[in-house]
Design a binder for this molecule. Structure first.
Ligand code: IPE
Ligand code: IPE
Ligand code: MG
Length: 233
């Protein structure tokens, strides 16, 4: 597997894209793609644990995704509740800490309850940190941080202090971002945190994402020289 002498990403972020196209290619309704996508999340979590990656974050629903047909939005919300409710005992067993980021306001009560319970039940877990972005927007996260700062009465701020106002202050910035389905854009994901992230794009649709694909992304990461503005060395 991944050799320990090579650098490993501490935080892998994923824009899980292509569920709809996966279903369409099979002549199925889009929701089948989302259901299959949930299985890919399972596989990805398992590999992240095996690789001993500390943080895995996934983009599940953006603030822009409300613009989709109501039927699809409702199906995604139901899938999320079902997923959280059934998976939490397994997460506890596997020592995985579940957290969510995004605006809680505007989410159906049903899902907010599941989210709170899931976070509480796994609060003590010290293994992988699994972050699910729901009703998330990178611009909204920055605006929410600014509003918190304004309310706190601070009139000057450093980058480090700013970070402490983000949704999960202790979350390290992603080392590697994977986006599936061939789109090469960020779609409003973690705008602040992705400043120096290595970006990996694959044509594979999210429901087809598997161990081999994950390892390819990690090998890509290992082949990159991260310079952070310095000269090669
Ligand atoms: C990603 O798959 C899942 C969500 C955005 C909720 P899509 O549903 O965007 O799939 P495509 O891009 O239409 O194929
Ligand atoms: C990004 O995918 C959001 C999620 C994966 C949840 P989209 O499918 O919504 O992004 P665009 O519309 O192609 O940019
Ligand atoms: Mg998409």
């Amino acid at each position: 597997m991944i050799d320990d002498i090579f650098k490993k990403p501490e935080h892998v972020a994923v824009i899980m894209d292509g569920n709809g196209r996966w279903a369409k290619r099979r002549g199925l309704p889009r929701v089948f793609g989302h259901r299959e996508g949930a299985k890919a999340v399972e596989r990805t979590l398992k590999i992240a644990v095996e690789l001993d990656i500390k943080w895995l974050s996934v983009f599940a629903f953006s603030t822009e995704n409300w613009k989709r047909p109501k039927e699809e939005v409702d199906a995604i919300m139901s899938l999320l509740v079902e997923y959280i409710n059934t998976k939490v005992p397994e997460l506890v067993r596997d020592n995985i800490r579940l957290r969510f980021m995004g605006r809680r306001d505007g989410l159906p009560e049903m899902i907010r309850e599941s989210m709170d319970e899931g976070e509480k039940a796994t609060e003590h877990c010290s293994g992988l940190n699994f972050v699910v972005a729901i009703n998330y927007s990178g611009k909204a996260e920055i605006v929410d941080a600014v509003n918190k700062i304004l309310r706190s009465g601070v009139d000057e701020i450093s980058e480090n202090t700013f970070k402490s106002y983000l949704y999960i202050p202790e979350m390290p910035e992603p080392d590697l971002l994977i986006r599936t389905s061939g789109e090469k854009r960020i779609s409003n994901f973690m705008l602040w945190q992705l400043a120096y992230t290595e970006l990996y794009f694959t044509e594979t649709l999210w429901p087809d994402f598997d161990e081999e694909e994950f390892l390819k992304a990690v090998y890509f990461y290992q082949s990159r020289e991260r310079r952070f503005g310095k000269v090669p060395g």
